[in-house]
Design a protein around this ligand. Sequence first.
Ligand code: TRP
Length: 463
Amino acid sequence: MDSRENFGSKLGAILAAAGSAVGLGNVWRFPIITGQNGGAAFIVIYLCCIILLGLPIMISEFLIGRHTHSNTAGAYRIVSNGSPWKWVGRLGVFTGWFILCYYIVVGAWTLHYTYLSAANAFYDVPATEYSNIFTSFTANPWVPTLWLYIFIAIIHYVITKGVRSGIEKFSKIMMPTLFIIVVMLVVCSAMLPGAAKGIQFLLVPDFSKVTGTVILQAMGQAFFSLSLAMGCLCTYASYFETNTKLATTAINVSVIDTIVAIMAGFIIFPSVFNIGMDPNDVQTGASLTFISLPNVFQKAFGNGTFLAATVSVLFYFLLFVAALTSAISLHEVATAYISEEYGTERKKAAVVVTVVITLLGTVCSLSFGPLSFIRLNGLNIFDMFDSFSGMILLPVGGFLTAVFAGWVLDQKLYKDELSNHGEIKASYFKLLIFSLRYVAPLAIGMVFLEQTGLFRKLLDLLR
Ligand code: TRP
């Protein structure tokens, strides 16, 4: 594959991978679960998860990708020497494609809310109305679908531009933009009266809130936030230059991801406290982002004022950028797979991927409106996609990745790649393997049992 593109620079590689990692998960889940689960105590646990589990798996994905210079399915096929472990790569491609189908739906919502904020549509809206605004928007058969197609079109455009002049160039513009917006919003929030309380809420450690479930939640969050367990990072690493330092890159990406997540908390909580809202009433996910926050911003920054509109626009635009770069990384997994495994031109492969996500994305999007009658256990199609990937596909993928890297992958190859063929020291090699062999599979296994509810069933059985 001589025609294969590379990232042109180390910085480009880091920013692209960071673009994948920094996504909706950082903004709409991390701050809230941190606030509600012991503040700084939770952050400490989260950091331990990143260091003990996240980094070893990220490094392994990087390593497999860079070693094989191939899409995820091809990469695992090559390193598994024809054994059934090749299915881990295929599972990754499937998972990424699957996640993308519902992730883009939320990406589309961020566009609509950017527009609403810019149009000052939240002026004088009573607090109770926000929920109606959101549900009637998502239930509308046309508006969310239209935004969805715009969002998909942007992804498609960047992907067809290629690795270097598409993904890399785009990340180099978007990631600094994202960072500047985050800093601006943190400053705005910090200037609010009562901001200190919000920051305290996030940072004062309360170890009494830390339970087994909280630790498992931290692990799950670390995995999703770092984009692990499904080949995103493996695919990107296949475009790394051969002398990229894998461990350093992984640390950089994790640090950027964590800083953005913590700063998102510094945006959200000062405003929440400022308007006297009980932080424990703040929900995670869609309700936080599209129901609580527009209200919070109006109240905190002055109903209908230019400042409130600006903060609101910046916030939704930030979410849009975060979601977009993550979505691009998910699209690339599938595009690289189709183009390399089936020998099609990259542009044609991208079209195949885009057509599939357009169809399934539309279904997910409509599942809040015309298709909301289709339900399983009370979940609509969008929720089914979300739960199935979060509870089953990601943990299974993560577990298999860790076991494969720790037990199956040739250790000499691992060490060789880690040290860039002896060029740099890799004294942490043994520790890494230890984590991959024992710590990570055990921990992920427990997250899996907990999330699927099997853990409680087991405990009940033992009682
Ligand atoms: N990490 C992104 C976020 O925080 C989402 C994401 C992108 C992802 N690629 C992924 C999650 C791969 C799991 C696996 O929102």
